[in-house]
Design a protein around this ligand. Structure first.
Ligand SMILES: Cc1cc2nc3c(=O)[nH]c(=O)nc-3n(C[C@H](O)[C@H](O)[C@H](O)COP(=O)(O)OP(=O)(O)OC[C@H]3O[C@@H](n4cnc5c(N)ncnc54)[C@H](O)[C@@H]3O)c2cc1C
Ligand code: FES
Length: 244
């Protein structure tokens, strides 16, 4: 973990309530897709954790959804603003387990960390399929960026306005021959994906957090191998260790 000052390069709206924040500075502590950063926002006591969508050459891209006061305040951050950021938090995804045809399943703001993962798996020559779930057409983001990587994209929308009408599990049913699964999204979605998953896999949890670096136990969860802190031992857990 590293505390550093990053400068806002871009803060733009991508879809309904969804923004892309690009930051420049020392990103050396970020080593794996699926890790997250923790942003100190002026006027807020607790930092706000956001997954790394991608990083390269001293730049990190985050994608956030406006949910409450903190993320609302983030929309007003102008280009050039200096932000105090804890970088390199969490374990991230282990790419070595993917096999030849990894399936990535993301819902809403669980999708961004899967983009950085898809980019690296594709660079390794893997055939990547991504099932992306949204509520409706106006909330869709990153689908074109996944396609530009050469990833096969299956979109599921709850209202049927684009792609399959239904949930990400309906999209998963359309992919038969995957070798491994990576997923991130809200917990009810992760549970449904867990129930339908035919292979081994890794599940990333975006729990509410206190400190974000292992000190407060506020994110503790039970696993088959004892209690783990989602912020430090996760946010990525192996399918085989999850207790549901
Ligand atoms: C490891 C990790 C990675 C994350 N990555 C992303 C990301 O890439 N993009 C993104 O948009 N969000 C992400 N989140 C969620 C993000 O941290 C919260 O949405 C944000 O902190 C809310 O702050 P706020 O001040 O706007 O809302 P608050 O005022 O704190 O809360 C507003 C509402 O949102 C609910 N809420 C707050 N945090 C969460 C949460 N973690 N999960 C579900 N509901 C919550 C509250 O219960 C409340 O109802 C991540 C969370 C974690 C722990
Ligand atoms: S949020 Fe404090 S230990 Fe995880």
């Amino acid at each position: 973990m590293k505390e550093t000052l990053l400068t806002v390069l871009e803060n733009t709206r991508l879809a309904d309530g969804i923004y892309r924040l690009r930051l420049a500075g020392d990103t050396s502590a970020i080593t794996a897709p699926g890790q997250f950063v923790n942003l100190k926002l002026s006027g807020f006591f607790l930092r706000r954790p956001i997954s790394v969508c991608d990083w390269e050459n001293g730049e990190v891209t985050l994608i956030y959804k406006v949910l409450g006061h903190g993320t609302e305040a983030m929309t007003g951050m102008a280009v050039g603003t200096a932000l105090d950021v804890l970088t390199g938090l969490g374990n991230g995804f282990d790419l070595s387990r993917s096999g030849e045809h990894p399936l990535l399943v993301g819902g809403g703001v669980g999708i961004p960390p899967l983009y950085g993962l898809a980019r690296r798996l594709t660079a390794q020559g893997k055939r990547v399929t991504a099932v992306l779930g949204f509520n409706r057409k106006s909330e869709i983001f990153l689908a074109e960026e996944f396609r530009a990587l050469g990833t096969e994209v299956v979109i599921a929308t709850a209202d049927g306005s684009v792609g399959l009408k239904g949930l990400v599990t309906d999209g998963m049913a359309a992919v038969s021959d995957y070798t491994y699964l990576y997923t991130c999204g809200p917990e009810p979605m992760l549970k449904a994906v867990y129930a339908d998953c035919k292979t081994s896999g890794q599940f990333s949890f975006e729990e509410r957090m206190g400190c974000g670096f292992g000190a407060c136990m506020g994110c503790s969860c039970e696993t088959k191998y004892g209690n783990k802190r989602i912020c430090k031992d996760g946010p990525v857990l192996e399918k085989e260790e999850i207790v549901w």
